[in-house]
Write a protein that binds this ligand. Structure first.
Ligand code: THU
Length: 156
């Protein structure tokens, strides 16, 4: 039997079309991408998390000459949140990037390991996390839940 799954997501031509709180989130993600330590890939990624108390937690990718020892911006931010505010729910994750390794019109799309970490963050708080992905030419995709980016996830 063949079955289908489908997801719903929103597209915006420019992140300035988002609401004021989300514009702030995008700007903060771009700001923190400047702190990326990415001498090997020269791909500078920023992640901002909107927490339930409306505070913002930031992370950037941190690379290492032993390549697998580095970590993506998303997991830097999520693990910082888990370490310091384990009981504070995450409302939104915004990801932006600058660099040559993907075309300017492509959205930064989280890697599989980051999606796996995101879905566990979502499951442990029993509340969906919205995902905002921004391309280098400022276009935006918004997903309502991590599950949309990781169907059939390995879950408890
Ligand atoms: N990277 C991220 O930080 N987030 C992503 O979603 C994709 C990739 C980082 C990892 C590495 O430092 C560089 O970008 C190139 O892959």
């Amino acid at each position: 039997m063949i079955k289908n799954i489908s997801i719903r997501y929103s597209e915006f031509a420019h992140w300035e079309e988002l609401g004021p709180d989300d514009i702030e989130l995008v700007k903060k993600a771009f700001e923190v991408s400047e702190n990326a330590y990415a001498p090997y890939s020269k791909f500078y990624v920023g992640t901002s998390l909107r927490m339930e108390d409306n505070s913002i937690i930031l992370g950037s990718n941190q690379e290492n000459i032993a390549y697998p020892s580095g970590l993506c911006a998303e997991r830097v931010a999520l693990f910082y949140a888990g370490s310091n505010y384990p009981n504070l729910k995450i409302k939104k994750i915004c990801v932006v990037a600058k660099g040559e390794i993907i075309p300017k019109e492509n959205w930064i799309s989280p890697c599989g390991s980051c999606r796996q970490v995101m879905i566990e963050s979502q499951n442990r708080q029993y509340q969906p996390i919205e995902i905002i992905l921004v391309s280098q030419n400022s276009r935006v995709l918004v997903f309502q839940s991590v599950s949309d980016l990781l169907p059939f996830a390995f879950n408890q």
